[in-house]
Design a protein around this ligand. Structure first.
Ligand SMILES: Nc1nc2c(ncn2[C@@H]2O[C@H](COP(=O)(O)OP(=O)(O)OP(=O)(O)O)[C@@H](O)[C@H]2O)c(=O)[nH]1
Ligand SMILES: [Mg+2]
Length: 296
């Protein structure tokens, strides 16, 4: 008898949702950076724990959205809770009082939902504080279980996995047990390039650009040729991205290519073009490409 079910990991930006997703899956399916709002769309990973298959939906961080892209991201995160068997609210324990977390808790209460609380980054606070924080949060009455974890040091995650094995319903596997994700390779590779931009370009620019894979070619010798485009809003954004003598984009391309070669176990030829498209955040096609709903 096998078990199979789905969980959504929701929470404020930067809480560690994608880090935990990758840890549970055992492979990098979702990009991670130290910056908020890294994940822009739902990313489905597949984890196997003995005879239990867990379909993990990593979601964009929930915050108070202003722009259309922000609204689409937040709405994509909230919509995940109706599609899964178990909702997990992941919280950076050091930010448990942050406004975003208050709003998330209130919204869950209003919807009469229950969820599992995953208190993450316990490596960043003193042990003595853990119990008081947990007790205070428990009083909200919306949590069925609480786990204290660190997704970077792997602390406490085994207990959560054991709990999943007990609580995921009986059922046939939905995915091949060898699968790690249902994210198309074109999207994953665009995400990897976006991650390198987030890590190498500072301040606001990473938020006002998007990356798409325009073409993907598999060669007979196993090599892969990728053409990607980065849409930016302004001409000076292109200059920042290029850097002096094109050094910046060269470095980003190199880092992305190295990681893609390792993910796809092949030689990757990556060609990146930068296009200035002032209004891309109001262009429906860009949203389709990210699996986001345009009309939010
Ligand atoms: N110290 C510590 N850092 C962590 C832990 N888990 C994640 N991080 C770090 O937190 C940062 C954000 O991690 P992500 O996994 O990208 O967070 P996220 O919730 O997916 O963020 P968004 O996609 O922006 O909503 C990264 O720098 C991680 O390395 C943890 O348990 N302890
Ligand atoms: Mg994320």
């Amino acid at each position: 008898m096998t078990n199979c079910g789905s969980i959504a990991i929701i929470g404020a930006p930067n809480a560690g949702k994608s880090t935990l997703t990758n840890l549970l899956v055992g492979a990098k399916v979702s990009i991670v950076t130290h910056k908020v709002q890294t994940t822009r769309t739902r990313i489905t990973g597949v984890a196997m724990f003995d005879d239990t298959q867990v379909v993990i939906v990593d979601t964009p961080g929930i915050f108070q959205p202003k722009k259309r892209l922000d609204r689409a991201m937040v709405s994509s995160a909230w919509s995940s809770i109706d599609d899964v068997d178990i909702v997990c609210l992941l919280m950076d324990i050091s930010k448990h009082k942050h406004k975003d977390n208050e709003i998330i808790i209130e919204t869950i209460k209003k919807q009469n939902k229950k969820c599992v609380l995953l208190l993450n980054k316990i490596d960043t606070i003193e042990k003595e504080k853990l119990l008081t924080i947990t007790e205070n949060l428990w009083e909200h009455g919306i949590f069925t279980d609480v786990f204290m974890i660190s997704a970077t040091t792997n602390s406490g995650v085994d207990s959560f996995i054991e709990w999943l094995k007990q609580n995921i319903p009986n059922g046939e596997y939905i995915y091949d047990p060898e699968d790690v994700s249902n994210v198309p390779n074109t999207l994953l590779s665009a995400e990897i390039t976006r991650e390198k931009i987030f890590l190498n370009i500072h301040e606001e620019l990473p938020y006002s650009l998007t990356v798409e894979t325009e073409s993907w070619e598999n060669f007979k010798n196993g090599d892969i040729k990728l053409n990607q485009v980065i849409f930016v809003e302004k001409e000076n954004h292109r200059s920042i991205l290029l850097g002096k003598k094109g050094e910046k984009i060269k470095q980003i391309g190199k880092l992305a290519r190295q990681e893609l070669s390792s993910i796809f176990d092949a030689k990757v030829h990556l060609f990146i073009h930068i296009k200035v498209k002032p209004n891309w955040q109001n262009d429906m096609d860009r949203y389709k490409n990210m699996n986001l709903n345009f009309s939010n």
